[in-house]
Design a protein around this ligand. Structure first.
Ligand SMILES: [Zn+2]
Length: 189
């Protein structure tokens, strides 16, 4: 899958929004990826998941680990294509952990799969949980990477789409008086 095809799929699914958004970081941006609009279509999830699995397969992962909730659908699809197990990390009292009886064996080969990566924070948390469990991260896959992120492990992205973001006081959209939308808490058109 080429980056152009991924971008076209996001647009077709209404996942790529243009406007004036307050991101969860507090910064403002002129674009936002409403990622679940991709995954609400199982065929689209299948398309991106199989493409990501193709990039991760050479590392021979035995387990795919994602962060809840956004990574669960793509991670699951990738795992199915790799013939790997799938588990996810979630927060308990603000701390990322494996729950629900999920565990990793020492030395197990793990691929970490993300949906949209911006700061890389949740990916780093998953990597830390995997490493603390004694398993090894052999690759990281993301549908879209929006920021400058660096990992010790190889990172594979289907689409790199750098995010233009601004501190509220420097935001050109605020200056133009564009209405601000909060994609986290409001339904967007
Ligand atoms: Zn603004």
């Amino acid at each position: 899958m080429t980056p152009e095809e991924v971008r076209a799929l996001l647009e077709r699914k209404g996942a790529l929004l243009s406007g004036h958004f307050r991101l969860s970081s507090g910064l403002h941006s002129d674009s936002f990826i409403q990622k679940f609009r991709i995954f609400e279509d199982p065929r689209a999830a299948e398309t991106v998941g199989s493409a990501l699995a193709g990039l991760l397969a050479p590392a021979r992962p035995e387990v795919v680990v994602s962060a809840a909730a956004g990574g669960i659908i793509p991670g699951y699809v990738v795992a199915r294509h790799l013939g790997a197990r799938f588990i996810f990390v979630e927060k308990e009292g603000g701390v990322p952990v494996l729950r629900r009886g999920f565990s990793l064996r020492s030395g197990e080969r793990v691929a970490v799969v993300e949906d949209v990566m911006t700061t890389g924070q949740s990916t780093r948390e998953v990597v830390d949980v995997v490493t603390a469990a004694g398993a090894q991260v052999v690759g990281i896959g993301a549908v879209v990477v929006r920021g400058r992120v660096a990992f010790a492990q190889p990172l594979h992205a289907l689409l790199e789409m750098p995010l233009a973001d601004y501190e509220p006081q420097d935001c050109p959209l605020c200056r133009r008086g564009e209405p601000l939308q909060d994609p986290g808490s409001r339904r967007l058109g």
